[in-house]
Write a protein that binds this ligand. Structure first.
Ligand code: G3P
Ligand code: MG
Length: 243
């Protein structure tokens, strides 16, 4: 089972920062999940929310700041600023860092609340520039973004993110629309739908799994991967289970 550090090692370190990514990588986990949005001047940045209020010491919308302006805010504020100043990473900075590492990156396109013009084009261009096409996976709650990504980079697999429901007949849905993976929220996933995905050759990567009892259940169901805020803990559990 593949373990992805959700926003890095976000259970212990400030989410979506280079520190969080490095700490996740140190656990030997399979991959890292991150979220991308666009600044006022069209730069790809790694941040979960459409605003900087929750995670940094600033306020306002990502799209209302230039990249240079955004870099002044401290993304370690979400952990009380106890990890030193941590800037919001550019996606370019992340790609530069990950290109030499043995990690798969799940790039979540945040285009469901605010639609950023050309976010898919810019993300694909960056992935290609750094030669990462065989080590990334795209996902989005906005399945129209996944269709756009399919047009732009059909060789890169896509995962359909779903929240609040367990999409009935998820395997059929994903196969029908060319999504290689189903990415359900753990609260809503049923074993029946895992079976349906398996029957249609669709992978199941589940978020956000921070409880080892739940991890055990998903493992038994045959899920392919999990996104967790504690990649070190999940990796250690799986290493024991698979030993
Ligand atoms: O990609 C899995 C997970 O990150 C989806 O939800 O809100 O944490 O981006 P969210
Ligand atoms: Mg995400």
């Amino acid at each position: 089972m593949k373990v992805f550090g959700h926003r890095g090692y976000s259970g212990m370190y400030p989410e979506n920062t280079m520190l969080s990514f490095q700490k996740a990588a140190d656990t030997g986990c399979y991959g890292i999940e991150l979220d991308v949005q666009l600044t006022k001047d069209g730069q790809l940045v790694v941040i979960h929310d459409e605003t900087i209020d929750r995670t940094t010491d600033g306020t306002g919308a990502v799209v209302d700041y230039t990249f240079e302006e955004l870099r002044r805010f401290d993304a370690s504020a979400i952990k009380g600023g106890t990890h030193g100043f941590q800037p919001i990473p550019s996606f370019e900075e992340y790609c530069e860092w990950v290109k030499e590492r043995d990690l798969v990156t799940n790039i979540e396109i945040k285009s469901g609340v605010y639609y950023y013009e050309d976010i898919e084009e810019k993300t694909v261009e960056m992935v290609r520039r750094f030669g990462l096409t065989d080590r990334v996976l795209f996902s989005s709650f906005n399945h129209a973004s996944l269709f756009r990504l399919q047009q732009l980079a059909p060789e890169i697999p896509r995962g359909a993110l779903v929240e609040y429901v367990d999409l009935g007949n998820a395997g059929y849905y994903c196969e029908r629309y060319g999504f290689q993976n189903y990415h359900p929220g753990v609260e809503w996933l049923t074993e029946e739908n895992v079976k349906n995905c398996k029957a249609h050759g669709v992978g199941v990567n589940v978020w956000t799994v921070n409880d080892m009892g739940v991890l055990e259940k998903l493992y038994e169901w045959g899920c392919d991967g999990v996104f967790t805020n504690y990649p070190g803990v999940c990796k250690a559990w799986l290493d024991t289970r698979e030993a």
